[in-house]
Write a protein that binds this ligand. Structure first.
Ligand code: SAH
Length: 230
């Protein structure tokens, strides 16, 4: 009995220690990788400080959860480096009332970051297995303002639009027209655009009444935006 109790105490302490360790790593990530660069938006910093990134990566990747790099999440896909997640989030100038569309759910990490800031997040993932895992994970972690759909995000999510902001987290050859159409006037969209498997530009679009403003923000590498056969 005593042995069993001791083991239980050790197990609980061990888990507590790991959580504390992750919290410390996350604080350090926010300071060194984000604040020491050009991330100053309070809501973005708070979101990255609070979302447990280690819960979104496979077991083997957990030790590297808070490193300054992208990580594999299965199905040949990756979760972006924390800095890129923060940079893209900050660029959207989000408000608490916003309704946001993400294309490329992957692990669900970016959706969770957005969900900490805005009212509701709609996210589309083309690989069904990833969509399923992300749905379960987000539910387990209590992100009840995120809705995941499996499908080709090229078409956006018409029934849930228009959106205040759209984020595409896969590298596209060109800007999908349906996404621009589902953006509200005054809305912002961020998307990596460029040649297949090459270096792409992170493009920010701002939709004005009669024009679309385009700004190239930085050169990036992203997994490709794929299309379903339909
Ligand atoms: N935002 C994710 C990482 C995205 S990796 C995260 O935080 O973990 C890019 C994702 O986009 C991959 O999971 C890939 O399967 C998905 N993807 C690629 N093309 C897509 C498309 N046309 N529609 C929806 N998802 C797509």
């Amino acid at each position: 009995m005593r042995v069993r109790n001791t083991l239980l105490v050790l197990l609980i302490c061990g888990t507590g220690f790991a959580q504390g360790e992750y919290t410390a790593q996350r604080r350090s990530m926010v300071k060194t990788q984000l604040q020491n660069r050009d991330i100053a938006d309070e809501a973005t910093l708070r979101a990255l400080l609070n979302v447990p990134r280690h819960e979104f990566v496979p077991l083997a990747q957990k030790p590297y959860s808070y490193w300054d790099r992208p990580l594999p999440i299965g199905e040949g896909q990756t979760i972006s480096q924390p800095y890129i997640v923060a940079f893209m989030t900050q660029a959207l100038k989000l408000k608490t009332s916003h309704r946001v569309l993400e294309v490329g759910t992957g692990s669900g990490y970016q959706a969770a970051v957005l969900a900490k800031i805005v009212d509701s997040v709609y996210t589309v993932e083309i690989v069904e297995a990833l969509a399923r895992t992300a749905t379960k994970r987000l539910q387990r972690l209590g992100y009840d303002n995120v809705i995941v759909k499996s499908g080709d995000g090229y078409h956006g999510w018409t029934e849930k639009g228009p959106f205040d902001a759209i984020m595409v987290t896969a590298g596209a050859d060109s800007i999908p027209e349906p996404l621009v159409a589902q953006l509200k006037i005054g809305g912002r969209m961020i998307i990596p655009v460029g040649p297949h498997n090459g270096i792409r530009q992170l493009v920010l679009l701002i939709k004005k009444k009669n024009k679309l403003i385009k700004k190239n923000l930085m050169a990036v590498r992203f997994v490709p935006f794929t299309r379903s056969e339909d």
